[in-house]
Design a protein around this ligand. Structure first.
Ligand SMILES: [Zn+2]
Length: 369
C-alpha cells in the first residue's frame, strides 16, 4: 500500500524508537530452519537488463549479499524454474508482475506469506510501474529502482527482518536511490547475524574492515559499519552519502543535502538543528517551507563551486513555478518502495534536501544573514 503521509509514518517510527535510542533492525518472527532456503524462479514477465542479466542472476546476486555476511549462516538454493506465481504450492517462488500490479501501490516488491504450515513465501516484483536499472536512479528518479536492491530488501523479510529506521540499511522502510540498498549496511549485518549466528565475529578492530568502514558493536554484534559523510561534505543528486541522511522526512534523521545549484549538481551536507546547535562554521536558520531548522555554512555562497556564477545564471528558473522557497522535492511522488505489504513508510518520499540556489532570485527572500 502506498502509505500516504510520509511524515506521519516516519513520526510513528520515531515514537516507536524512543528518544535517544539508536536506530536498529527489527525482526518479523520468521525463521528458516534448516538452511538452505529453497526457491523457484518464474522468469515470465521479468525484464532482462541491458547487461543481459536475467531475474535468475539478479536473484542470485541478492542472495549472495545475505549469504556473504561473515557472521551469519544463511544460504539459498535454486530449485528450478516454474510457471507458478502466488499460491500455496510448496514452492517459494520469485515472480514478476509486468502489468496491473495488484499489491502495495507504488511498491517495488512484495513478500507474500502463505497461510498455514510449513512456512512458505512468494515474492512479487513490480515490473509494471517501475524501471529496473542496476545502480538505481538518482535521488529524483522516483520510478527507477535497482532490482538487486529490491531483492535484497525482500529477501531480508524472508529471512526474518522487518524494517529499520537506519537510513542506509537495505531494510530501510523506503527504497533508496543510487542503488544504496543493494549492499548490506552494518544494521542489516547485525540483524542477520543475530538471527542466524554462525559463531564467527566479523571484526575486532577497524583494521579488519574495508576502507570507509569502522568496526562497531551494533545491538551486541560486532560488524563493519559503513562511514558516511560529515557536515560540509559535497553532495549532489548523484552523490548522496550524508551521515544520517533524511530520505523521507525530517523526523528521524540528522542531515539533508543543501543544494547550491538549481540542477542539484552540487551542494553540501547540512545538519538539522532542531535545538539550534550547529557545528563550528555553521549557523542555524529556520526554513519556513517546509518547517525545518538547518545548519547553513557561514561562508557558503550559492554556486560556490564556480562556474555557476551567481545571480546572473538562473538559466533554469521559470521552469517550474514552485521554487520560491526551499522546495523539498515533491514528497508525494510515487516511487519504488522496497517493501512488501504491511510496511510503514511506503513509496519514495524524498526529503533529501533543500534547494539553496533558487533562493537567490526569490524576491527579497534571503535567509542567509
Ligand atoms: Zn519492506
Amino acid at each position: 500500500m502506498r502509505r500516504a503521509p510520509c511524515a506521519a509514518a516516519a513520526l510513528a517510527v520515531l515514537l516507536a524508537l524512543g528518544a535517544g535510542e539508536a536506530p536498529a533492525f527489527e525482526v518479523n518472527g520468521r525463521r528458516w530452519e534448516p538452511m538452505p532456503v529453497l526457491y523457484f524462479v518464474n522468469p515470465a514477465g521479468c525484464p532482462v537488463l541491458p547487461s543481459g542479466e536475467t531475474i535468475l542472476e539478479l536473484a542470485a546476486r541478492a542472495m549472495q549479499a545475505w549469504s556473504d555476511a561473515p557472521c551469519a549462516a544463511v544460504s539459498f538454493r535454486l530449485e528450478g524454474e516454474t510457471g507458478a506465481t502466488w499460491a500455496r504450492d510448496g514452492q517459494n517462488t520469485i515472480f514478476c508482475v509486468d502489468r496491473d500490479w495488484q499489491f502495495s501501490p507504488g511498491a517495488a516488491g512484495a513478500s507474500l506469506w502463505l497461510p498455514g504450515e510449513p512456512q512458505e513465501v512468494d515474492l512479487a516484483l513490480n515490473a509494471a510501474d517501475l524501471e529496473w536499472r542496476l545502480g538505481g536512479g538518482d535521488a529524483f528518479e522516483s520510478t527507477v529502482v535497482d532490482p538487486v536492491a529490491v531483492l535484497v530488501h525482500e529477501l531480508g523479510h524472508w529471512l526474518g527482518l522487518s524494517h529499520t529506521p537506519d537510513p542506509y540499511a537495505s531494510m530501510y522502510y523506503a527504497s533508496l536511490p543510487l542503488g544504496l540498498g543493494a549492499t548490506l549496511a552494518g544494521d542489516d549485518l547485525a540483524g542477520i547475524c543475530t538471527l542466524y549466528p554462525n559463531g564467527a565475529e566479523m571484526c575486532r578492530t577497524d583494521d579488519d574492515c574495508p576502507p570507509d568502514h569502522a568496526c562497531a558493536e551494533l545491538q551486541g554484534v560486532r560488524v563493519c559499519d559503513e562511514l558516511h559523510d560529515p557536515p560540509g561534505s559535497f553532495c549532489s543528486r548523484d552523490h548522496l552519502d550524508c551521515d544520517g541522511m533524511c530520505w523521507v522526512s525530517f523526523f528521524e534523521c540528522r542531515q539533508v543535502c543543501l543544494f547550491t545549484r538549481v540542477d542539484y549538481s552540487a551542494g553540501y551536507c547540512a545538519p538539522l538543528c532542531p535545538e539550534g546547535a550547529c557545528p563550528v562554521g555553521f549557523h542555524c536558520e529556520h526554513v519556513a517551507q517546509p518547517e525545518v531548522d538547518v545548519c547553513f555554512l557561514d561562508e557558503a555562497e550559492d554556486g560556490e563551486d564556480g562556474e555557476d556564477g551567481g545571480d546572473g545564471e538562473d538559466g533554469e528558473d521559470g521552469e517550474d513555478g514552485e521554487d520560491d522557497g526551499a522546495g523539498v522535492e515533491d514528497p508525494a511522488e510515487p516511487g519504488g518502495c522496497g517493501c512488501g505489504t504491511g510496511a510503514p513508510g511506503g513509496g519514495t518520499c524524498l526529503a533529501v534536501g533543500l534547494l539553496l540556489a533558487r533562493r537567490r532570485q526569490g524576491a527579497g527572500r534571503r535567509w542567509s544573514s
